[in-house]
Design a protein around this ligand. Structure first.
Ligand code: TYM
Length: 346
């Protein structure tokens, strides 16, 4: 027997994804990420989900608000259907290996690669000189989050695609530079009708927790009245809904509401238009509001219930961090060996 017949190292399917606990979560986070995290968990694949508090501090966070938002995001995950027994659920800062591998990847990623990251340009704005070094280096930490678990699939919204592609570049360069097949090249999984949920006030802008207008987004903490009111007041145009998706061209607000309806209903934009073609927003919006309240209000109610016992949330996060650490540590140790660090503490 020669080694040529030895099976090639393969990576078992494993899902990793994360959400920043900087402010509350929005309908965009829910449809683009959280709802799909639950679907992945329910498919039976190993799923690891992280509240990335170390990413959150790339812009200044009020400490008390950050702590609250981290617990609230954990409550949102559980309320949306993440089972902390079937999935690993934890906050990033409790597993130090993220920062350690993040440093290694700072030494792998090239400045030229980082300079192409559109999200840094958007977030740093005109005054990039005043942005933190962490904001600039953040995609290397995100690569560490994913590769620390040898994850193969990364469900994200459309805006994170470039960062997952950078993660693949970092994995490939590491493997090449050290002559190993150690890190997998993880795939971004960007699926469903709402991979980019837009602002309710401006269909050309992404729905975001940092938008100054609360009317631009639905928060996962909004109650039924707030959800319905925001949908009723969402910006639209005067035309009726078309009978095919092509008819949404040049109508960003209409397209956004149709996509949201489809994602909430687990359907497709084409099927939604089959049902509502020819109807105006006066008829469509109340139906969308009913659907949104039906799907989202139970989540906000359950979040409120869970938040009444923060000690229990902390216990869940501690247990999740222990489980995450058990996967991450050996991979980090092997990384250090590969790159030539003396590890003599046993
Ligand atoms: P973050 O916290 O900005 O967003 C979390 C997830 O929600 C998705 N998302 C949206 N999807 C559709 N429409 C929207 N309007 C919308 N807004 C947000 C995002 O695409 C994302 O999937 N860098 C990441 C967090 C992160 C991460 C990771 C993700 C850190 N490490 C490792 C995956 C794997 C971020 O800032 O996402």
């Amino acid at each position: 027997m020669t080694d040529d017949n030895a099976p090639k190292p393969r990576f078992a399917p494993r899902v990793f994804s994360g959400i920043q606990p900087s402010g509350g979560l929005t309908l965009g986070n829910y449809l683009g990420a959280l709802k799909r995290f639950v679907e992945k968990q329910d498919e039976g694949i190993e799923t690891i989900y992280c509240l990335v508090d170390m990413h959150a501090i790339t812009v200044w966070q009020d400490p008390a608000k950050l702590r609250h938002a981290t617990r609230e995001a954990a409550a949102a995950f559980i309320a949306a259907g993440i089972d902390p027994e079937r999935s690993v659920l934890f906050n990033q800062s409790q597993v130090g290996a993220h920062a350690e591998l993040g440093w290694v990847f700072n030494c792998i990623a090239r400045l030229g690669w980082m300079n192409r990251m559109t999200q840094f340009k958007d977030k740093a704005g005109k005054n990039a000189e005043a942005a933190s070094l962490g904001l600039y280096a953040y995609p290397a930490l995100m690569a560490a989050d994913i590769l620390l678990y040898h994850a193969t699939e990364v469900p994200v919204g459309d805006d994170q695609k470039q960062h997952v592609e950078l993660t693949r570049d970092i994995a490939a360069k590491f493997n090449h530079d050290y002559g190993v097949e150690f890190f997998p090249l993880p795939a971004p999984v960007i699926e469903g009708a709402a991979t980019r949920v837009m602002s309710l006030r401006d269909g050309t802008k992404k729905m975001s927790k940092s938008d100054p207008s609360d009317a631009s987004r639905i928060n996962l903490t909004d109650d039924a009245d707030a959800i319905a009111q925001k949908i009723r007041r969402a910006k639209t145009d005067p035309d009726p809904l078309p009978d095919a998706v092509e008819g949404l061209e040049g109508r960003p607000e209409a397209r956004n509401l149709v996509n949201i309806y489809a994602a909430l209903a687990g359907s497709t934009p084409a099927a939604v238009l089959d049902e509502f073609a020819g109807q105006g927003f006066g008829a469509f919006k109340p139906r969308l509001a009913d659907l949104a309240v039906d799907r989202l209000a139970p989540i906000s109610r359950e979040m409120a219930r869970l938040m009444a016992d923060p000690a229990e949330i902390d216990r869940i996060l501690a247990r999740g961090a222990d489980r995450a650490e058990a996967i991450a540590r050996p991979i980090l140790e092997r990384t250090f060996e590969i790159i030539g660090m003396v590890r003599s503490r046993g």
